[in-house]
Design a protein. Structure first.
Length: 365
């Protein structure tokens, strides 16, 4: 099947872009995953010739991206997103061609057509997939639309706030890049989503490493938790052609500390107010006994991809290698594990935390 985009023909709601991982999982693109990882959520993205009107500084889909290819052919999160008919996705799920998949996530873009098209795509997929999420764009929707989304068949939503502070949000997504998004509207949408979908049925995307301190990020994670939502944590990865293409990834040690703090907060084991930080905002105590912390680290769950749950999985949206390259993963730099970390993985994680923070003693490592 030809899955390449033909400008002016293949657009939503009848067509959708799908991640390379999803295309592989559905059997419409070749490839295999490192360490036999499996994808448990099909990530779908609305597609239009005119693309997305947002100008987010770090995004491969941004209108500000320096790219000579049509928007619908741009890579995103380092990989190609082939265009596939929605009917084909439905048939692949219905016919059992991707049995490991437990959820589908439909992602909006900042385009007025996405207001209706998201509802249409969700309504077409929900009869064959019990669990359907939508990654929403608060700038173009309201509370009534969220009610319509739930009625169309979505059971959870994600809101990509991304930035830990209002200043960084405005610099990277709002007025600083002449973008349409506003900090207050995004948080208002988090509140609305919890009201409509229920406690812990809304997830907030946050990206570590775009200018915030560890304290700022952890306090924002606590804010999400206090609102009745949970955090989907990402590590910044520079997108070629984006305004932030020359920014480095955050140090793995920094990301590990925030991952662990996120897990403790979302699972009620500790709160941001119990954690302590140095004068630079770096975490230096998790506010939990070392024996309890050691047990949690040994389980490996804090370092897995955080996302919407599936039928049998805590994190169905596991996004294999979404925050790192396979080569980085081979070198012990797996940012979000798409599977439960193995014994050797935990040893590497312990070294990464212990070397930088001293929070886990050598006898526990």
């Amino acid at each position: 099947m030809d899955i390449q985009m033909k400008t002016g023909i293949r657009q939503s709601p009848d067509w959708i872009r799908t991640s390379t991982a999803a295309a592989m999982t559905m059997g419409i693109a070749p490839g295999r995953f490192l360490n036999d990882a499996k994808l448990h959520c099909l990530n779908l993205l609305l597609t239009y010739d005119e693309g997305c009107s947002a100008r987010c500084a770090y995004c491969g889909l941004s209108r500000s991206r320096d790219s000579k290819t049509p928007w619908a052919d741009n890579s995103f999160i380092r990989v190609e997103w082939p265009t596939v008919a929605v009917d084909e996705v439905v048939s692949k799920i219905r016919d059992g061609d991707c049995p490991a998949v437990e959820r589908v996530c439909v992602s909006m873009v900042t385009n007025p057509r996405a207001f209706n098209d998201t509802l249409t795509v969700v309504a077409r997929i929900s009869p064959v997939m019990e669990r359907v999420s939508a990654l929403i764009t608060p700038t173009i929707i309201d509370r009534d639309w969220l009610v319509d989304l739930k009625e169309a068949g979505a059971d959870m939503v994600g809101i990509a706030v991304d930035a830990a502070t209002e200043e960084i949000f405005d610099e990277t997504r709002g007025r600083g890049v002449r973008g349409p998004h506003r900090w207050d509207r995004y948080w208002e949408s988090v509140s609305e989503s919890v009201e409509v979908f229920g406690i812990m049925n809304a997830g907030v995307h946050l990206i570590v490493g775009i200018g915030e301190t560890e304290r700022e990020m952890i306090e924002t994670i606590q804010r999400v938790h206090d609102m009745g939502a949970f955090t989907h944590l990402f590590s910044f990865f520079p997108e070629m052609g984006s305004l932030m293409q020359n920014r480095h990834q955050p140090p793995i040690e920094q990301y590990r500390r925030v991952q662990l703090a996120r897990y403790l907060i979302d699972n009620g084991s500790a709160g941001a107010c119990e954690m302590t930080f140095d004068h630079d905002g770096r975490l230096n105590d998790y506010g939990i006994k070392e024996t309890a912390l050691d047990k949690i680290i040994s389980q490996g769950y804090p370092f897995m991809a955080s996302g919407c749950h599936g039928k049998t999985r805590m994190n169905a949206c596991n996004r294999p290698f979404g925050n790192c390259t396979p080569l980085q993963a081979l070198k012990g730099q797996m940012r979000n594990f798409p599977y439960k970390p193995r014994i050797n993985d935990i040893k590497i994680v312990r070294a990464q935390i212990g070397i930088q923070s001293g929070l886990v003693s050598s006898e526990n490592s």
